[in-house]
Design a protein around this ligand. Structure first.
Ligand SMILES: [Zn+2]
Ligand SMILES: [Zn+2]
Length: 387
């Protein structure tokens, strides 16, 4: 219990600066892989707290690793800090970033006395949907030597083990031929029609996919003028399934719908991306139970949420981390309902008093979970000896 008190005292000392950091990141939203300021601010905070910091790891300028303590058990805390296009921090990654710093600083205070090393992994570009920060960092070895990983993610309400599903994002480009849409339509090849055929095919496909599959997208280029037959159109789509295995079954069926658009119109099709999908999340049961008890001790119970417990929700590259090492990804409530993630109203909620409290509670619950992992002989041995 002493280590937990020490962590709490340390967190109280930095609480106000964490909130200020969260609000600063929120006020300066940066897209994935462009998080220059956010990553610099986080590295500065960690350097100030005595961490050794390496910025620009894995050839990613906004990725970083920060380390404190020298114990044999190495726990990773993931910090995300990218925003969404147009709607800023509508996923609350400012809260993720600040809570990660808080957790790491608080746990680092007691790390050496409980045989712990704390590593903060600065993971850019969670929202990009393909070949994201954590995926590239896993490939680049940033998680090597780390025994377990965790982060908290803001949500309308607390949820210990959200059903996080696999996802893939890719771009579709059709190329046809321009022509005068009224005078010489027979000379054109209509790339916008190709998209329409594809969307119709996708609409029909929905009857024959799993109820837990998701297909959603936007047209990013629908043509330039109504009197010119569109020669170039583009779209960006995401597909999701409960597992990477199911996603691999869905992918070719969706691709065929886009091929149908090309076949029907004579346009040519190019599919780009989707090669590094997000995996489903495997919550480590024992880690999650420690987190549950720590969250409850802070007055944050996890009530039965009915269908929310089994309903497919978001996707995250933390899923890929969870396939590589024991991990948890609890959702921390910011009391935002009816506003939910990816709405401008949610972005506004991410700097409220409830959001600031979630940030501090999430940080301390994670720090205490680190203490538990280091001091519970059974799980400590399991994490260190895992192959
Ligand atoms: Zn998001
Ligand atoms: Zn998010």
């Amino acid at each position: 219990m002493n280590a937990k008190s020490g962590a709490r005292e340390r967190l109280e000392l930095v609480r106000e600066s964490l909130i200020e950091l969260s609000h600063r990141i929120h006020a300066h939203p940066e897209l994935g892989f462009e998080e220059e300021r956010a990553s610099s601010w986080l590295c500065e905070s960690l350097t100030e707290a005595g961490f050794s910091v390496e910025k620009g790891i894995c050839d990613l300028p906004t990725a970083f690793l920060a380390r404190a303590g020298s114990g044999p058990l190495n726990i990773g805390i993931c910090a995300e800090y990218d925003c969404l296009p147009d709607i800023g921090h509508a996923c609350g990654h400012n809260i993720i970033a600040a809570s990660a710093i808080g957790a790491a600083v608080a746990a680092a205070k007691v790390a050496d006395e409980i045989g712990l090393t704390i590593t903060v992994i600065g993971t850019p570009a969670e929202e990009v949907g393909n070949a994201s920060g954590k995926i590239l960092e896993l490939e680049g070895g940033a998680f090597d030597g780390i025994h377990a990983a965790m982060m908290v993610h803001p949500a309308p309400f607390d949820m210990l083990r959200a059903k996080i599903i696999a996802a893939s994002m890719f771009d579709i480009h059709y190329a046809g031929k321009e022509s005068h849409a009224s005078a010489f339509p027979e000379l054109g090849v209509n790339a916008a029609d190709a998209l329409t055929v594809a969307q119709t095919a996708l609409g029909l496909l929905r009857q024959h996919i799993r109820p837990t599959d998701r297909i959603h997208g936007i047209v990013t280029n629908g043509g330039s003028a109504p009197n010119v037959v569109p020669a170039r159109t583009s779209a960006r789509y995401m597909i999701r399934s409960e597992t990477l295995g199911q996603l691999a079954e869905l992918r070719p069926r969706v691709h065929r719908c886009f091929e149908a658009g090309a076949l029907g119109t004579g346009a040519t099709l190019q599919l780009v991306g989707g090669d590094k999908p997000y995996a489903e999340m495997h919550h480590d049961h024992a880690m999650a139970e420690f987190y549950r008890r720590n969250s409850e001790a802070l007055g944050r119970p996890f009530p039965d949420l009915g269908e929310w417990e089994t309903r497919p929700t978001v996707s995250t590259d933390m899923g890929n981390v969870s396939l590589a090492l024991p991990s948890i990804h609890p959702m921390i409530g910011i009391n935002s309902l009816p506003a939910v993630n990816h709405q401008p109203e949610f972005a506004a909620h991410c700097i409220t008093a409830d959001a600031d409290k979630a940030l501090a509670d999430g940080a301390l619950a994670m720090a205490w979970t680190c203490v538990d992992l280091a001091t519970d002989r059974e799980i400590r041995d399991r994490l260190i000896n895992r192959q």
